[in-house]
Write a protein that binds this ligand. Structure first.
Ligand code: TRP
Length: 322
């Protein structure tokens, strides 16, 4: 049996190049060695009270098309909607009964939202519990997350231990958080890349819009002939990902002088579009085929649910409800 890798993504935003290099590309690389469970966390989207039904539906399809376009193979990876596995919300309820409000009050997502005076619903407050149900349901071994989600995996571990202890049976495996900090690529304005800052380049946004963003990458004011430190330049940081085939040449032109930022951006834009082309072509075909996307999700949902049903049979038995 292959080790299980699990990851959820909320259908509240489109994917960008940081998501690609930080996570999606690695899911594709790992899908033969691991049994991947990649799901669209649609019930998690409800904890952001702004998510509309249209957005959740549309972004679920877009994320599915995105995952397939970058190379997830639905025969290998179990790609599904969280809501297609109702056992997860059932397990969430059981976990709620093993945890106290004061414990959850110390969770980052909740504390941050309160500090920012955002509207907080019970969904957000209980967010780590639902996430624990996602993680523990499938006996996940590896849960790759950003630093901001690490605590949630620890809460899942606590819940697994608590459940196993209270019911004196090893029903849940302890998952391991693996921290993927992406390629630590900054946004095109030089700030930390983040959807909320609006400084991301989406994988599937219009070419013209990508061009504008590339042309607006922040630089210093050195002239064409000036020698430049490639490591201090943001365009060059992007070249490392998109211009690998000519990186040595670019590096020496930076170090010796003779390349201006305008030319560097032109090269970057061309290389970026060439790099993204195969996945963009695939995506724009897939996104038109809603029927196929829904079929992939339904198939994945069935496979995930089979695992969940077996787990819940064991859970119900040990807690005495069956
Ligand atoms: N909370 C994650 C996020 O906002 C999404 C998520 C939900 C998740 N359930 C998960 C991630 C389980 C990993 C494992 O990004």
């Amino acid at each position: 049996m292959k080790p299980i890798l699990l990851s959820g993504i909320k259908p509240t935003a489109r994917v960008h190049i940081g998501n690609y290099f930080g996570a999606m590309k690695r899911f594709v690389e790992m899908q033969s060695e691991f049994q991947n469970f990649n799901f669209i966390a649609d019930y998690h989207a409800l904890n952001q009270m702004l998510a509309t039904p249209q957005e959740i539906k549309q972004l679920t399809l877009e994320l599915t098309a995105a995952y397939l376009a970058v190379g997830l193979d639905p025969k290998k990876t179990i790609l599904f909607r969280q809501s297609d596995v109702p056992e997860v919300t059932e397990l969430n309820w059981i976990f709620n009964s093993l945890i106290t409000p004061s414990y959850l009050q110390s969770a980052h997502a909740y504390k941050d939202a309160v500090a920012k005076k955002k509207d907080v619903n019970m969904g957000l407050f209980c967010y780590p519990v639902l996430m624990a149900a996602d993680i523990l349901m499938y006996d996940s071994n590896v849960v790759p997350v950003g630093k901001d989600q690490q605590q949630h995996v620890e809460i899942a571990c606590d819940l697994a231990k608590k459940f196993n202890h209270v019911y004196k049976k090893e029903v849940f495996k302890l998952p391991k958080a693996v921290i993927w900090e992406g390629e630590s690529l900054p946004g095109f304005d030089g700030e930390k890349m983040s959807k909320s800052k609006g400084n991301v380049i989406e994988l599937f946004e219009a070419e013209e819009s990508i061009k504008k963003k590339v042309m607006s990458i922040k630089t210093d004011s050195k002239g064409v002939q000036d020698k430049k430190d490639p490591e201090a330049d943001l365009i060059f940081a992007y070249h490392k990902l998109f211009s690998a085939q000519m990186i040595d040449e670019l590096r020496s032109r930076y170090e010796n002088g003779g390349i201006g930022y305008k030319e560097s951006k032109d090269i970057l834009f061309a290389n970026m579009m060439a790099y993204l082309k195969p996945m963009r072509d695939k995506y724009f075909k897939l996104i038109k085929d809603e029927k196929y996307l829904n079929k992939v999700l339904a198939d994945g949902g069935k496979r995930a649910r089979k695992v969940a049903e077996a787990k819940m049979t064991a859970v119900r038995k040990v807690i005495g409800v069956r």
